[in-house]
Design a protein. Structure first.
Ligand code: RP5
Length: 164
């Protein structure tokens, strides 16, 4: 299976990004984690992106806050799908990162998840890889079935206490 690269702009992002790594691990998806900044280490970030496809990666997840140019910088340097996670923080509490990540110019897309949406970034990466991987597709379907079962259980409880 292709690897997923999980990139964060700063070590201060790691607690949020961990949810993506946990979800990838749960699906058994090989992944590596890196701190690379579009602003503080622009050359290293560009190098990583330019060589990622040849290095066995299939999807890149980029998490950054504030002036969040990381995902866009990666997207401009690779044709691999790039998923951006805008992070909460700064004076605009993540809205700045959301707009910086999602508002890409035509031709260079970044698939942007919600502010701090690390788990969804990992699930979306899994869905991309599952196009060519039956086991991963099964794991994704099982996760969906479990979510539906949890809702059924919640409704059964509400019925039991006479609220339905
Ligand atoms: C962004 O600036 C990082 O992704 C981080 O979310 C934010 C603040 O970084 P630090 O100043 O905490 O390193 O580039």
């Amino acid at each position: 299976m292709k690897k997923v690269a999980v990139i964060m702009g700063s070590t201060s992002d790691s607690s949020v990004v961990q949810a993506a790594c946990d979800q990838l691990k749960e699906f058994g998806i090989p992944h590596t984690t890196h701190v690379l900044s579009a602003h503080r280490t622009p050359a290293a970030a560009a190098r990583f992106a330019q060589t990622a496809r040849d290095n066995g990666y299939g999807v890149i997840i980029c998490a950054a806050g504030m002036a969040a140019h990381l995902a866009g910088t990666f997207a401009g340097n690779t044709i691999l799908p790039v998923i951006g996670i805008p992070l909460k923080g700064g004076v605009m509490d993540g809205m700045d990162a959301l707009l910086a990540t999602v508002q890409m110019p035509s031709g260079i897309p970044v698939a942007t998840v919600a502010i701090n949406g690390a788990k969804n970034a990992a699930i979306l990466a899994a869905q991309i890889l599952a196009v060519e991987d039956q086991d991963l597709a099964k794991a994704l379907n099982a996760q969906r079935a479990e979510m539906a079962q949890n809702i059924d259980n919640a409704n059964a409880k509400l019925r039991m206490i006479g609220q339905q």
